[in-house]
Design a protein around this ligand. Structure first.
Ligand code: BYC
Length: 316
């Protein structure tokens, strides 16, 4: 069989991208395409797993059994999302242990949003409504990502995120229509989570070093600013419908452009949080490391059991 040249491989790959044919794990792909996917998917997986912490902290303090059961199910879903994504990452040749070690050593990033504390029950509403809302806006287009395993994982993730967003909005809506103290709690949660939610979409397009290449490869289907704008446009009317005020004095409807104009994001705060200097960065990593250490005996027991079973099979 004749060797296929690098040029031909590249042409075949580009043809698939152009025709919207998914790239699958065994297909040839450029090294940088693989690296970009490993970077994005592993960061995404880490975000799901670290994202369990602010909400996990409220499971025992949820105000009633129904709220507790729903929150528990949501946090479990996030763990599931982490697992699909770590698996998608492995299909690209990444080693799962190494990927997780990179999170623990501070080498790998995860979403800035999870470095803010969840200090009231209303924060559970704000996280579901705004954080999962922003996640859906970003992830629905990823269902059309050029890499098959990532795109397919996103289909299920988005279905679950959509339930999460609704449960969050329902919490915040009930509080906003409750006593004055409850409404104040809901407004306070919106005040604290609004700007960090806008930051989730990443730096402005002019500062986004990966967007152009990722769009050319059809990994990303929209730019960071496009998605942020879509999020603002759907979320502001939701806040208004329940009598809450978005904490942005520059926010106003732009009739001509058919969209909201919004104020300046504090990018200095964003980069500080990304660099590890947010309010909860240290705590989040400490808790994840402890979870790994505490689970060591489970992994060792599973390995010992599997070894025993293999030995038995050899003897039989
Ligand atoms: N936080 O060139 P850019 C969820 C980094 S939802 C931290 O624009 P890209 C969940 C970026 O990684 C959250 N870092 O990058 C929801 C890059 O650094 P490196 C997770 C950020 O990749 C509810 C640098 O800044 N969602 O999990 O083109 C409950 C330059 O940025 C952030 C995803 O991960 C940030 N906010 O675009 C529980 C979705 N933004 O890598 C869980 C998939 C940017 O060069 N990811 N950076 O060191 C994406 O869509 C894209 O990776 C991003 C960034 C839009 C996030």
């Amino acid at each position: 069989m004749s060797e296929i040249s690098l040029e031909e491989l590249q042409k075949k790959f580009q043809n698939k991208i152009d025709k919207d044919v998914k790239i699958e794990p065994r297909d040839w792909m450029p090294d940088d395409y693989r690296k970009t996917l490993i970077r994005q998917i592993s960061q995404h997986a880490h975000s799901e797993v670290v994202g369990m912490l602010p909400e996990g902290n409220w499971i025992t303090r949820a105000p009633n059994l129904r709220r507790k059961a729903v929150l528990l199910a949501k946090v479990q879903d996030e763990a599931g999302h982490g697992l699909y994504l770590y698996s998608a990452c492995e299909t690209l040749g990444a080693d799962r242990e190494q990927t997780i070690d990179d999170l623990h050593s501070g080498k790998a990033k995860y979403s800035s949003i999870f470095n803010y504390p969840a200090i009231s029950w209303a924060d559970m509403g704000a996280i579901g409504w705004l954080v999962d809302g922003a996640a859906i806006m970003n992830q629905v287009p990823l269902c059309r990502c050029s890499y098959g395993p990532y795109a397919r994982a996103m289909v299920r993730v988005c279905k679950e995120e959509s339930f999460h967003q609704r449960q969050g909005f329902e919490i915040i809506m009930v509080l906003a229509k409750g006593t004055p103290a409850q409404k104040e709690m809901a407004q306070d949660a919106l005040n604290r989570f609004w700007w960090p939610s806008l930051m989730m979409f990443g730096p402005n397009d002019a500062e986004s070093k990966h967007t152009k290449q990722s769009m050319d490869w059809k990994i990303k289907r929209h730019t960071n600013d496009e998605l942020r704008q879509m999020f603002v446009d759907v979320t502001v009317p939701q806040a208004e419908s329940i009598g809450l005020t978005v904490p942005d004095k520059d926010l106003k409807w732009n009739e001509k452009e058919n969209r909201y104009d919004y104020g300046k994001i504090d990018w200095e705060e964003f980069w500080q949080v990304v660099k590890g200097n947010g309010p909860c960065n240290e705590d989040r990593i400490r808790v994840r490391k402890k979870a790994k250490d505490d689970g060591l005996w489970v992994r060792e027991a599973a390995m010992a059991f599997s070894q025993k079973r293999n030995n038995k099979a050899k003897v039989a």
